[in-house]
Design a protein around this ligand. Structure first.
Ligand code: DWN
Length: 395
């Protein structure tokens, strides 16, 4: 049974960037209550109410996984590492987005699974075998029937998006070869707690995992985690290495080490999350306070990166065009649209990061280093960034 520890209020679908702002469009905008709970039986942190996946993952999916240099590099590195370590003959990616990971594989040796039709089109037309469907047992059976078993199933920022985790693992179990491995990575709840990055909670993130929770979930299946890594991407992610219980892989030392660390951090206790929730409320107050002060001094504030995360911040803190003039983002299919819920216009950085801008809120705080390097000119001329991670401050 989940027990609620945080309520982030009414929130829109983070993928629903609006084409125009008129009475009809805004009246039809879908909102749900974003509250988060902890299940002490399996130590899992999940949304209290899941949003129907079909509402989120459609043929207008906006996010492009290849939109940052950091992620392009990260996918290249992990692809090469996995190929070297496991030497897979057949690989599959769940949630292949625009193909940024699979493009590092031979087209004959990899399969893409991507339910968003507009994204699936990209890998299909690049020549990759692509199934534009949700990952489940039915699809796993279908794939195995026409392709044989899979040696490597990889997934980045997707497994946490699937409410029914039992279905995910059962499907993996169907798909994997005898010594096949299922490797997946998602934002890490330990980092969210440490960095107060409450904006990792939104409609798409049905769960945020720890090693404690995934180990517990898998204890009822024929799969096991045999290795784990905490990585830097998206402000701290966890990468799980999973295999069959009777496979040749033995549990590594990383496992014991991380379990002890998670227990020390209290990821097995409700009180840890309750305390986090108090810090989130303080973060909201401080952010509004800073923005109000800057506005009073006639400062021009914009936001950097039309992220799904910033939709949580803006709607929770009630930040709209009263504070933020516009959002800049390099993704062409977000430009010319409006942010979900708060309806802030999105424009290109080339136009938007001009000399009139005093402050830029880091919606894409997870790419702070990349952005600071890129926007050296903005910083040199006295422009400043505002962030809320790990605490609210002007950089
Ligand atoms: O899991 C998810 C993550 C990986 O991607 C999805 N559920 C949805 C999406 O979430 P997000 O929007 O919070 O992710 P990002 O990767 O933080 O988005 C960064 C955004 O910032 C992109 O729209 C690209 C943009 N950007 C930019 O305009 N200039 C990014 C960089 C680095 C830049 O220099």
């Amino acid at each position: 049974m989940k027990k609620i520890f945080l309520n982030l209020g009414k929130q829109p679908i983070t993928n629903s960037f609006l084409n125009k702002i008129d009475k009809k469009t805004t009246k039809n905008e879908f909102f749900y209550n974003l509250s988060i709970g902890f299940d002490k039986k399996n130590f899992l942190v999940s949304l209290m109410n899941y949003v129907n996946p079909k509402k989120m993952f459609n043929d207008k999916y906006a996010h492009r996984a290849s939109s940052s240099k950091t992620m392009r590099k990260s996918f290249k590195v992990i692809a090469s590492k996995l190929k070297k370590r496991f030497k897979p003959k057949k690989s599959l990616e769940i949630g292949s987005n625009d193909g940024v990971f699979i493009k590092n594989f031979d087209k004959r040796e990899v399969i893409a699974v991507e339910p968003c039709k507009n994204l699936a089109k990209i890998t299909k037309s690049a020549g990759f075998k692509t199934y534009s469907e949700f990952w489940n047992k039915r699809l796993a059976k279908k794939i195995v029937k026409s392709n044989n078993k899979i040696d490597l199933i990889y997934s980045a920022n997707t497994i946490s998006h699937i409410p029914d985790f039992k279905e995910v693992f059962d499907a993996a179990s169907i798909g994997l070869s005898k010594n096949g491995v299922f490797v997946f990575e998602d934002p890490y709840i330990g980092s969210v707690i440490k960095n107060n990055s409450y904006d990792q909670f939104y409609d798409e993130h049905a769960h945020l995992f720890s090693l404690l929770s995934v180990s517990k979930i898998l204890s009822n299946t024929n799969l096991k985690v045999f290795d784990v890594e905490i990585i830097k991407t998206h402000g701290g992610s966890i990468r799980f290495y999973i295999c069959r219980r009777n496979s040749k892989f033995k549990k590594t030392k990383n496992m014991k080490f991380l379990i002890s660390k998670e227990i020390r951090q209290g990821l097995n206790k409700f009180i840890t999350f309750k305390k986090f929730s108090n810090r989130v409320k303080k973060s909201k107050k401080k952010l509004i306070h800073i923005l109000k002060k800057l506005k009073k001094n006639n400062k021009k504030i914009i936001s950097y990166g039309a992220t799904y995360k910033s939709t949580t911040v803006f709607n929770y803190c009630n930040i709209g065009t009263n504070f933020i003039d516009y959002v800049i983002d390099t993704t062409s299919n977000k430009q010319g649209k409006f942010t979900p819920g708060k309806h802030i216009p999105i424009i290109s950085p080339k136009v938007g990061l001009n000399d009139a801008v005093d402050y830029a809120f880091l919606g894409a705080w997870n790419f702070k280093k990349e952005i600071q390097l890129k926007e050296n000119f903005f910083l040199k001329r006295g422009g400043k960034f505002i962030t809320h991670v790990p605490n609210v401050r002007i950089i």
